[in-house]
Design a protein around this ligand. Structure first.
Ligand code: NFE
Ligand code: MG
Length: 518
């Protein structure tokens, strides 16, 4: 038996620690901890409800837009104007969010995860006359090795040609991400932290000019996704095919659905969305999500126990040093079960609901990789689902831009009521996201967020059931405990973002601890 501690896990957003116990070359036990502490839910207390959409975007620079979307959706519901968001407002919100998905997925594969599979330093050795690779080689020759090393060694399998191509695409990916940001800024005013999404719709008008610019940019992004991203995921899948059998996880996939196709009151089951809501367990059919089954558990989290752990009645009171706790993340559960959220959940829920486009893309990738659908519950399944979602989204976004009507309204008028409450369900790039707001005396009385990485990287719960990443780690092979590359590949396949996940703070605003991350 050997305990391996990885702290912090690099190339993810925020600070995550993993402790795994390895016995006989396999992970037997896993503890995943959020080690950083932040403050958002209580910052919002007593503020104007319209501030929430601006402030909550600061939860994260990678996924500010889903927080804006969830917040605006929650405030729309609290004000009773969710059915009145005009088509232009609804569609512009979708385009802004879609642009953020695309940059986030490209960021995740190339910059955060691909370096687990692609040997960038080997590619630089073959730079030849290639300007990009020569720059990279000079960079490495001068000892400036970050972000490529230190890294775990021992399992780089791509051919010389594949390493060179994927490394060139790594550099292309940086340009493609810039194009995504520019696209977002055209419709959302700026990025990160856009000023376009507001309660009632959007604050940015619609013009033929923006549509033409946007169509040009989405075309460039589509080209990158189709010519680089999807083929590179398949190339990695071709030589690391054992990773279709590693990191299966908890077997339950949950999606709230995202990209509204209509403006309507009510939560996910009521509203038609481009990617549908649903929950599927152990390969079974997708059932409608029942929001009353969602609750956050804190047995192993540094928070005081709460009697009403759900959404608007939840409170966030820290308990550093609490016996048996090991994470700043709470443990959200659905019907007391752990649930994985993210692109794999969205794609599989859409697949099981018969979405033709998703079905044909998933079946295409499965047949190219020579695997059955059951293998999607895996490290490579998560990477493939993210790439498929990016491809499908590029096409949808072109259609959305063409559906905009210049000159027509973009937002509904709003009046802040004395009292009201609303819940905004949406999906960030990393999965199911919800903001809940209660207004009293025209200001925020309580505000709660339940965030994608809080689901995926959650600690154990009241029944000591591990969180989804912990479950994916149990059973993972570890060939060399000094180079546990299998462990980080499993964790990174979930694309964790700890900045989002540890969005909470002490109710009285006290400093709870000072952490230095080496
Ligand atoms: Ni900070 Fe986020 C997304 C949200 S993750 S990246 O996607 O919400 O938990
Ligand atoms: Mg919360």
């Amino acid at each position: 038996m050997q305990k391996i501690t990885i702290d912090p896990i690099s190339r993810i957003e925020g600070h995550l620690k993993a402790e795994v116990v390895v016995d006989g070359g396999t992970v037997k036990e896993a503890n995943v901890s959020g080690t950083l502490f932040r403050g958002f839910e209580n910052i919002l207390s007593q503020r104007d409800p319209r501030d929430a959409v601006i402030i909550t975007q600061r939860v994260c620079g990678v996924c500010p837009i889903c927080h804006a979307t969830a917040s605006a959706t929650a405030v729309d519901a609290a004000l009773g104007i969710d059915a009145q968001v005009p088509d232009n407002g609804r569609i512009t919100r979708n385009i802004i969010l879609g642009a953020n998905y695309l940059q986030s997925h490209i960021l995740h594969f190339y910059i955060l995860a691909a370096l687990d599979f692609v040997d960038v330093t080997a590619a630089a050795d073959y730079a030849g006359d290639d300007l990009d690779l020569r720059t990279l080689k000079d960079f490495i020759a001068h000892g400036e090795l970050g972000p490529f090393v230190p890294r775990y060694e021992g399992d780089y399998r791509l051919s010389k040609e594949q390493n060179i191509l994927c490394t060139k695409h790594y550099l292309e990916a940086l340009r493609a991400r810039r194009t995504c940001h520019e696209l977002l800024a055209v419709f959302g005013g700026k990025m990160p932290h856009n000023c376009g999404i507001v309660p009632g719709g959007v604050s940015t008008d619609v013009s033929a000019d923006k549509v033409v610019t946007g169509l040009g940019k989405i075309q460039q992004i589509r080209q990158f996704v189709e010519e680089c991203y999807v083929p590179d995921v398949l190339a990695v899948a071709g030589v690391y095919s054992d990773y279709f059998g590693i990191g299966a996880g908890c077997g339950t996939l949950l999606s709230y659905g995202v990209f509204d196709l209509e403006s309507k009151a009510g939560g996910p089951p009521e509203r038609t969305r481009f990617l549908p809501q649903g929950i599927t367990s152990n390969g079974g059919p997708a059932e409608p999500v029942d929001m009353t089954k969602i609750a956050e558990n804190v047995k192993h989290s540094w928070y005081m126990n709460q009697t009403k752990p759900t959404f608007l009645d939840a409170r966030t009171v820290s308990a550093p040093g609490k016996q048996g706790a090991y994470s700043w993340l709470k443990a959200p559960r659905y019907d007391d079960k752990a649930a994985e959220v993210g692109p794999l959940a969205r794609v599989m829920v859409a697949y099981k609901q018969g979405d033709k486009r998703i079905k044909s893309e998933v079946n295409g990738v499965a047949s190219a990789a020579g695997i059955g659908l059951d293998k999607c519950y895996s490290v490579l399944g998560r990477h493939a689902a993210r790439a498929i979602e990016a491809k499908v989204l590029c096409d949808a976004m072109s259609d959305w831009m063409l559906a905009l009507k210049p000159g027509e309204p973009v937002s509904a008028p709003l009046v802040i009521p004395n009292e009201g409450e609303g819940i905004g369900f949406t999906e960030g790039p990393r999965g199911a996201l919800c903001h809940a707001i209660r207004i009293k005396n025209k200001v925020i009385e309580n505000y709660q967020l339940v965030v994608p990485t809080t689901w995926n990287a959650s600690p154990k719960d009241a029944n000591d059931q591990p969180g989804p990443i912990e479950q994916a780690l149990i059973g993972c092979p570890v060939k060399d405990p000094a180079n546990p590359f299998e462990v980080v590949r499993v964790i990174r396949s979930f694309d964790p973002c700890l900045a989002c996940a540890v969005h909470v703070m002490d109710g009285r605003g006290r400093e709870l601890g000072v952490y230095r991350i080496a």
